[in-house]
Design a binder for this molecule. Sequence first.
Ligand SMILES: NC(=O)c1ccc[n+]([C@@H]2O[C@H](COP(=O)([O-])OP(=O)(O)OC[C@H]3O[C@@H](n4cnc5c(N)ncnc54)[C@H](O)[C@@H]3O)[C@@H](O)[C@H]2O)c1
Length: 329
Amino acid sequence: MKSPRILVTGAAGFVGSHTVDQLLSRGCRVMGVDDLSTGRLINLRNATNSPRFRFVRADITGPSTLKDLCESFRPDAIIHLAGLVSVVRAQEEPGLNYRLNVHSTQLVAEAARSHGVKRIVFASSAAVYGDHPDLPLAESIFPQPISLYGTAKRASEELLQGYATAYGMETVCLRYFNIFGPRQDPRSPYSGVISIFAEKYSAGEPVTVFGDGGQTRDFISVFDVARANAIAATRPVATPTICNICTGQPRRLLSILDVFRSTHPEAPEPNFAEPRAGEIRHSAGNPERALERLGFRAEVDFAAGLRAFIEETGPATRDSAHAELVAIG
Ligand SMILES: NC(=O)c1ccc[n+]([C@@H]2O[C@H](COP(=O)([O-])OP(=O)(O)OC[C@H]3O[C@@H](n4cnc5c(N)ncnc54)[C@H](O)[C@@H]3O)[C@@H](O)[C@H]2O)c1
């Protein structure tokens, strides 16, 4: 059988590089494109050993970049992950947010249309739900984003639905919840809380908890997200569709903090600061539609995933880590 050919935008980023690894492990031929604005080549160190992988350093918002890549690579599907990930920066620079999180999607859709690429998988976000009180969040809820980032993700979803209706293209929008795992850039202040905790604890520095730590999030391992992307790009799926990619199991920030304290007993006590304005207190997704439509279910056990991540990031007393993790799992 012919190997699927997949073009991945944002390939050198956190989610992108794991997605590339996952696709290669499934026998796909992969072209990755990234301008390395936040991504890093080192994230692709495994992929670059594969003869089935090619990397192109380019800005996908260049006028003909995506069309040229489709022309030369002839992909069966595009997984569109490149974007502006910082919610705060998107708010401060709405023009950049529009270019990277909406216009780039239009360019992907147009390149796909003009080169007969049937399937587009898009990295959407739980941010499209805004601060909706009905938990767990299901796709049937009317999206009411409260940030420009969430608005841009929603606009891209609508645009892709439009291309599906107008041109019969297959579009799959995946609303990721809070992703954690190796290669997330902890230097960014807007990075996931788990990667920031991991960096601080391994450096012996105090972490800051905004609010009382009672906030909850639906944390999903990047390995599961990469698997969802690969399924959405390569399996038969009834499209167009929008699916949450989540576990359905909210975790309290304080319980995650307890794990880090137990694995790093010498670390300084955390600081508690005023809650951040506009921060959503509770979030959890409903994973049923992804199971129904994609056959996807999160498989990485949270406790084991967090333990593996902590061990990879820095020194830890492993036995106590295990005990605590089992306790919160
Ligand atoms: N990390 C999360 O928890 C999360 C949650 C929901 C949605 N998402 C979405 O998933 C996608 C991937 O996020 P991530 O966490 O891997 O972020 P990331 O910053 O690690 O990855 C984004 C990648 O896109 C690249 N990029 C940005 N602009 C580009 C351009 N113009 N041309 C080419 N490459 C460009 C960056 O260099 C980077 O490698 C994003 O669209 C993000 O909005 C992430």
